[in-house]
Design a protein around this ligand. Structure first.
Ligand code: FRU
Length: 520
């Protein structure tokens, strides 16, 4: 049956249901470098439509750049083991940000110098002169060279063959303050001033710095921004980019500054952002912007940065993990995954400034195997199991209307007395993610817990989009105004149910999709 053929029928609950089986022939061929089945993409905690490395340890996304139809994803990678160490840049490419082809490691640790996080740009016409051919484009990586317990400085590497092979620049470093902590350069082309801009972190000074260059090699200091917002944890992986937004005054460009730093949950790392203006020299916070504001309210979203050179939209990719327990998560032979890429936009906030709206880039319709649609389901102080619709690779799009219920929501990956709950407390207007009973929570004391975020209802309704993928659960509320990414390590549970407590809630509409794998 192909994706255009629908079969309509009624299931036991008397609900209109649509089965939509899709043709998987357009899935791209994957290069799977690991032959070990245990750690292959069938392993029980392996995400089926999120990115994870073929084997070994991965953390931050690096060098996100779009070039000639390919999205490049480089990432912090340990080629030799499942814990952090020997940091190098792993590499994969994709044409749609969902199906990935693994490529060989791009940049290896060498002579005791690790390759820490950084970015990549396309130097059109090779103006830097780094690549051999003067007229060809040159892909340039700007990364932090890290010498353990000694120094961090900014260095370059370049590729003349679409990122397939790389050479480190013989004149490295290009920016060195002789500091132990000075890292994670994000470089982008600043159209208005016609130069490259670098934003880079001084982690323990809660500061980012801006530098400018004409050739990616010589950098001139511009300004500092910092000592505001959340200063509970060091600042890492900054990013700065413009987003166009509609205001009463017409269309305006606002600048978003992201910093991985103290998070919304005490004692855990997370990400905050600032909104203001950037004139090519200085970032000035919007006077009406009230900091801190957080990118995600789960525990597993960190080091996210955006793609360079995608025309017309801004795509963010983050590491779905947390340094508090990242090295202990119970995954065999591989560790670490990326959250779904998100498209960013801005909307007005309640203070007269702006806030981020994030929508997962989800061209997964080709991955939807079977779908069911529901309308106006009343749940009165009870729990409704979705039985045969349950699974561990799912997409659920739902709209709830509380009608007396004190609490209502969804439980996923249920079974053997375990489960993960995502629910809403009506009186307090709080959304909660509870993974205390989600399965294996004992591998690290910091893992078990709940996350909460204040989420106002929109015209009396809560709109929830939930993605389940074996060990990752992503929640987007109110059309991307709030998000929560969390890992869970269920035994073999897959049950899903809706519930309401202390009264009635209506699911005004819902779509439940079983999803296939991008790694088959
Ligand atoms: C963030 C980070 C970066 C650093 C990298 C090292 O997760 O600590 O600041 O460059 O990881 O792997």
């Amino acid at each position: 049956m192909n994706r255009n053929q629908h079969r309509l029928f009624y299931i036991g609950l008397g609900l209109l249901t649509i089965i939509d089986a899709c043709n998987s022939s357009d899935r791209r061929q994957m290069v799977q470098t690991s032959n070990d089945l245990e750690i292959g993409y069938q392993e029980r905690y392996r995400p089926r439509y999120h990115f994870s490395p073929p084997e070994n340890w991965m953390n931050d996304p690096n060098g996100l750049v779009y070039y000639k139809g390919e999205y490049h994803l480089f990432y912090q990678y340990n080629p030799y083991g499942t814990k952090w160490g020997h940091m190098s840049w792993g590499h994969a490419v994709s044409q749609d940000l969902i199906h990935w082809e693994h490529l060989p490691v791009a940049l290896y640790e060498e002579d005791g110098i690790m390759i820490f996080s950084g970015s990549a740009v396309i130097d059109q016409g090779n103006k830097s002169g780094l690549c051999d051919q003067p007229a060809d484009d040159c892909m340039v990586a700007i990364y932090t060279a890290h010498i353990e317990d000694s120094v961090q400085y900014q260095s370059l590497a370049f590729s003349s063959d679409h990122g397939r092979t790389w050479e480190k620049y013989a004149g490295n470093p290009v920016l060195d303050l002789l500091k132990k902590d000075f890292r994670d350069p994000k470089v982008f082309w600043h159209q208005q001033s016609g130069q490259w801009i670098m934003v880079v972190a001084l982690p323990d000074e809660f500061t980012v710095q801006f530098y400018a260059s004409n050739n990616l090699i010589d950098w001139k200091y511009l300004s500092d921004f910092g000592q505001v917002g959340n200063m509970e944890k060091i600042w890492e992986c900054p990013d700065l980019f413009p987003i166009e937004v509609a205001t009463d005054r017409g269309r305006e460009i606002k600048w978003v500054l992201l910093v991985s730093a103290g998070g919304p949950q005490d004692d855990y790392v997370g990400m905050q952002y600032f909104i203001g203006n950037f004139d090519g020299i200085k970032f000035q916070l919007d006077p009406a912007f009230v900091a801190p504001k957080y990118v995600d309210y789960g525990k597993d979203y960190y080091a996210a940065v955006t793609y360079n050179h995608i025309p017309n939209n801004r795509v963010l990719v983050g590491w779905a993990n947390n340094w508090a327990y990242a090295q202990d998560i119970p995954t065999p032979g591989w560790r670490g995954a990326m959250a779904l890429p998100r498209e960013l936009s801005l909307i007005a906030d309640e203070n007269g400034s702006f806030e981020l709206r994030q929508q997962p880039i989800f061209k997964l319709s080709g991955l939807r195997i079977e779908g069911h649609r529901f309308r106006d389901i009343s749940i009165d102080d009870t729990e409704l199991s979705l039985d045969s619709l349950s699974g561990r690779s799912m997409e659920l799009n739902m709209q709830f209307r509380p009608d007396g219920a004190k609490e209502f929501g969804i439980k996923v990956m249920q079974g053997e007395g375990n489960g993960t709950s995502i629910f809403y407390r009506t009186e307090e207007e709080i959304m909660v993610f509870d993974r205390r009973n989600s399965g294996n929570v004992s591998f690290n004391d910091m893992f078990s817990g709940i996350d909460t975020v204040q989420v106002p209802l929109d015209k009396g309704r809560l709109n929830l989009r939930v993605f389940i993928d074996h060990s990752i659960v992503e929640v987007y509320a109110q059309n991307g105004r709030f998000s929560i990414v969390n890992q869970v390590f269920p035994k073999d549970q897959k049950g899903i149910s809706w519930y309401a407590k202390g009264g009635k809630a209506v699911i005004t509409k819902a779509e439940v999709w079983k999803l296939g794998s991008v790694w088959d």
